[in-house]
Design a protein around this ligand. Structure first.
Ligand SMILES: Nc1ncnc2c1ncn2[C@@H]1O[C@H](COP(=O)(O)OP(=O)(O)OP(=O)(O)O)[C@@H](O)[C@H]1O
Length: 302
């Protein structure tokens, strides 16, 4: 792996060394290394089927590596005692592709699931109160806690999934294509929320995405998966300095250039705003003010 800025001296809450993942004969990762820095938003990109989700599932212990080691928050996965394992799982939150909400439970009850699982001693009323707080923290109105997933727009479902991922005050947040299926305003709002939560809660974020706008807007560094490995990790300018064909095509192709232009040149509607309204939360405020149907139109579905 090429770590393009390896002068970092801090902690690595996620450390993957020599990972080999395979389904029978089908090898997904071979000798894959990755170090995620404390407090960063690491974007993880790669072509479809390069194994981004399998990598995430391996890190959180849902997928057994064929070889190699994965250390999360100082614990080697697969070697922890049962108690250590439970403790570890309570220190991360995951937003899976599509939200993965229980359709027969309300949003609030969905958020209560991990609280019940990891802290069964908490009283019902306190658990419900914590769930309502997480719902608000994720940018949903409090009454969303009483709604079923089927009553929510796509953007609201993502936020409900995020509320559940934040239920246990995690140190690590895993997001698998969080903006897939959102319209551009909803996606920008979700990006702002992710950045804001990362900063206020001190999270380390592992973020799988195909969304170039997300990479430019909120990721501190980006890891590129290709050829069964992480071929490079760095800031976007650092990656752009590499001669790798996939990296060049991805970031320097028409969509990559458009995303860069959009970052440097805010949309007309934002340019027209008075200075005090040009906060990065503008999009979030806009989307919350709009009706669910405004945010529900699909850009693409994962
Ligand atoms: N449970 C499984 N059994 C067999 N093969 C699997 C399983 N899960 C994933 N794979 C295979 O592993 C490869 C990597 O899948 P993965 O979902 O990690 O890709 P990805 O990079 O996240 O793709 P995308 O960007 O399209 O979501 C794919 O070829 C997929 O078919």
């Amino acid at each position: 792996m090429t770590d393009l800025s390896d002068d970092y001296q801090g902690e690595y809450p996620i450390l993957v060394e020599g990972l080999r993942s395979a389904f029978g004969e089908h090898v997904i990762h071979e000798d894959l290394d990755l170090k995620v820095r404390k407090g960063e938003i690491l974007g993880v990109v790669g072509g479809s089927g390069t194994g981004k989700s399998v990598l995430m599932r391996s890190i959180i212990g849902l997928q057994q590596p064929a070889e190699g080691s994965i250390t999360v928050l100082g614990h080697k996965m697969g070697e922890a005692t049962e108690d250590e394992d439970i403790d570890l799982r309570s220190r991360w939150g995951v937003l899976f592709q599509g939200g993965a909400l229980f359709s027969t439970l309300t949003v609030g009850e969905n958020v209560e699931v991990p609280l019940k699982q990891f802290f069964p001693e908490i009283t019902d009323s306190l658990r419900a109160e914590i769930a309502r707080f997480k719902v608000r923290l994720s940018g949903l109105p409090e009454n969303a806690a009483f709604k079923f997933p089927s009553e929510l727009s796509g953007g609201m479902k993502k936020r409900a999934g995020l509320a559940r991922a934040l239920a246990l005050d995690p140190e690590l947040l895993f997001l698998d294509e969080p903006t897939a299926g959102l319209d551009p305003i909803g996606a920008a709002a979700f990006d702002s929320l992710t950045r804001e939560l990362k900063e206020t809660l001190g999270l380390t974020v592992f973020l799988i995405t195909h969304d170039l706008d997300t990479l430019y807007a909120i990721c501190d560094r980006v890891a590129v998966l290709a050829d069964k490995k992480v071929i490079a990790v760095g800031t976007i300018p650092e990656l752009l300095a590499l001669d790798h064909p996939w990296i060049q095509e991805y970031f320097n192709g028409p969509r990559g250039r458009a995303a860069l232009a959009a970052k440097d040149d805010p949309p007309m509607s934002e340019q027209a705003l008075p200075e005090h309204m040009k906060s990065e939360h503008g999009a979030a405020e806009a989307v919350q003010a709009s009706s669910p149907s405004d945010t529900d139109s699909k850009k693409s579905e994962a």
